[in-house]
Design a protein around this ligand. Structure first.
Ligand code: ATP
Ligand code: MG
Length: 580
């Protein structure tokens, strides 16, 4: 090995660029974050060739003083923090003073900016790290950054870029994340001269409609929970509107998109009771916490955070979402109706055979249908003024579905699924959730354990006892289990304990036991619930509807399937191509 030498500044910046700007999408993210930190109300992004040829971000933010322009492009120069204390409570998206220097080292960059008090704008260029003098320029207000030919001077890196379509997709994804994070800011995106997105300022729901999907925004449940030092707001998918992949999960911690395993675990747990195992919830959630409780200086792209009290955050998120999802009929799915144009081919019925069937139905309909108005409450029912949400039972279909009429139209209920949820919630309610009863073992079980597991047993002794376990260390590599949770006595105690300890270590709390217990209750509920082909009387059906309205999470069964579906009168009219 030769002598030790300091690296030239450009090379240092190029090395740093490898971490900060991995691809056009990461440069885009940094530039837009700078605009937001500058208080922009409107940000427009123009891309050419997936951002590889050009990325241009223009904002109407505070702007940069002409004298500061060279510093904006210097490494470790920032206006956002000055001290270690500032870093520890940084509320801005940027704080390292690294992004523009890194991007400038590997592209041809131009920075034009105008503060409100300047008579005109000023511009500085940076070509592969070398700065031009600051010159007067034209710009109405705010700051515009143009990044051309990313990685033109580092060909090895350039080779790692993918096709134009892939790079554009990444940019679009980065754009969507920042756009979701600030619903009150206007955003636009264009690619190769074509407008791709135009998002007007609005509510979180209207932004989600433009970025995630109208279906999600239209059906999502609103979350709003306040803790001592944390606040959770946003939208989560109703259980009936989950997805086959994790592609619509957005978590923003203090306005920053992050992936966080503590929070995503808490979210998954909150859905455990209402979600089919191979489905994923969609969500747009904002977790706001005192910046001193969140370390953002963990990851080069700032996409991870560390919570000072991870366990408390986990509990808070879990309970906030559980509450939101527990609303009795939160999970209801709307009937998926065929589009009007497709209706004739799907629903052509050449011969209906009505003549023969009509007489049988007449008597039934006479008591079930009011008049042509069809919007009032069902007749012959007690207290029509109360208008229960699921309406009144009309009939049972093939021993499987209950048909009911409510103010909106027709309600179809999957009798077994609905009853199963009701029984399940009752079973859960009957058991004390806060402390599981314990059953001593005649023969204590000795189990080998890791040092971490033994440490966790000592640290979380109280919480473990609450779960019904009695455990102690039996040596440097062994634990001994003296008592287990009574309801789960038949299960593999060491395996159960291990997963409890692992969860406690990682998330500060364990719901593994409660989940196992709930699985058992769920199986019991399934056996106890009414079976298909059991005929129900109208009063029985009405009783079921009323219980559904009272029961938490009644919108979906224990496996996440919907328990009822609403067909509005408009849906039905569309089926029959019936104009109104
Ligand atoms: N769009 C903008 N409007 C106003 N000022 C800007 C803008 N972009 C950059 N700046 C100024 O330039 C400085 C350097 O920006 P840069 O992104 O390199 O660093 P940073 O945002 O401070 O930290 P980080 O590296 O974490 O992003 C900022 O601190 C800010 O003062
Ligand atoms: Mg920045």
């Amino acid at each position: 090995m030769g002598h030790i030498r300091a690296l030239p500044e450009l090379l240092v910046n190029q090395i740093a660029a490898g971490e900060v700007v991995e691809r056009p999408a990461s440069a885009l993210k940094e530039l837009v974050e700078n605009s937001l930190d500058a208080g922009a109300q409107s940000v427009s992004v123009d891309l050419a060739e997936g951002g590889m040829r050009r990325i241009r971000v223009a904002d109407d933010g505070a702007g940069i003083e002409p004298g500061d322009l060279p510093l904006a492009l210097a490494r470790f120069a920032t206006s956002k923090i000055a001290t270690l204390e500032d870093l520890e409570r940084a509320a801005t998206l940027g704080f390292r003073g690294e992004a523009l220097a890194s991007i400038g080292a590997v592209s041809r960059l131009a920075l034009t900016s105008r503060r409100p008090d300047e008579r005109h704008a000023w511009r500085i260029a940076c070509d592969g790290g070398s700065l031009s003098p600051v010159e007067p320029a034209a710009l109405a207000a705010g700051t515009t950054v143009e990044v051309d030919e990313l990685y033109y001077n580092t060909p090895a890196r350039r080779k790692f870029l993918k096709s134009e379509a892939t790079e554009f997709a990444r940019c679009d994804e980065a754009f969507s994340r920042v756009a979701l994070s600030r619903p009150a800011v206007a955003f636009s995106l264009s690619h190769n001269g074509r407008r791709v997105a135009h998002l007007a300022p609005g509510s979180a729901r209207s932004r989600a409609s433009g970025v995630v999907s109208e279906e999600f925004a239209g059906s999502a449940i609103e979350v709003e929970a306040d803790g001592a030092a944390v606040r959770l707001t946003g939208l989560v998918a109703a259980p009936g509107f989950t997805r086959a992949s994790r592609d619509a999960q957005f978590l923003f911690v203090n306005g920053r998109f992050v992936r966080d395993k503590v929070v995503s675990h808490a979210i998954r747990e909150a859905y455990a009771d209402v979600l089919h195992h191979d489905r994923h919830p969609a969500y747009v959630l904002f977790l706001d916490a005192d910046p001193r409780l969140v370390d953002v200086n963990v990851h080069p792209a700032k996409t991870e955070v560390r919570f000072r009290e991870a366990g408390a955050v986990h509990q808070f998120v879990f309970h906030a979402l559980s509450r939101a999802l527990a609303a009795p009929l939160a999970g209801a799915a709307r009937a998926a109706m065929p589009p009007a144009a497709a209706a004739p081919s799907v629903f052509t019925q050449p011969s209906l055979g009505v003549a023969q069937a009509a007489s049988r139905y007449e008597a039934f309909f006479a008591s079930a249908v009011t008049d042509e108005g069809r919007t009032g409450a069902a007749p012959a029912q007690p207290d029509p003024g109360a208008a229960p949400m699921l309406g009144y039972a009309l009939a049972q279909l093939h021993g499987v579905f209950v048909l009911a009429q409510n103010a909106a139209g027709l309600v179809l209920v999957d009798m077994h699924a609905a009853h199963e949820r009701i029984v399940y919630e009752k079973l859960k309610g009957a058991l004390d959730v806060s402390r599981l009863s314990s059953q001593p073992l005649l023969v204590p079980i000795a189990m080998p354990a890791t040092a971490e597991e033994i440490e966790e047993v000592e640290r979380s002794a109280g919480a473990i006892a609450d779960l019904g376990f009695e455990v102690g260390a039996a040596g440097p590599r062994d634990l001994v289990v003296r008592a287990v949770p009574a309801m789960l006595a038949d299960l593999d105690a060491p395996a159960l304990l291990r997963s409890v300890l692992a969860e406690m270590r990682e998330f500060g709390a364990s719901r593994a036991l409660l989940e196992r217990r709930n699985e058992l209750l769920s199986t019991m509920a399934c056996h106890a619930a009414v079976r298909a082909n059991r005929s129900l009387t109208v009063p029985e059906m009405n009783a079921l509807l009323r219980e559904m309205e009272e029961t938490e999470r009644a919108g979906s069964c224990n496996h996440g399937r919907p328990t009822w579906v609403q067909f509005s009168m408009a849906d039905l009219d569309r089926l029959f191509l019936r104009g109104r």
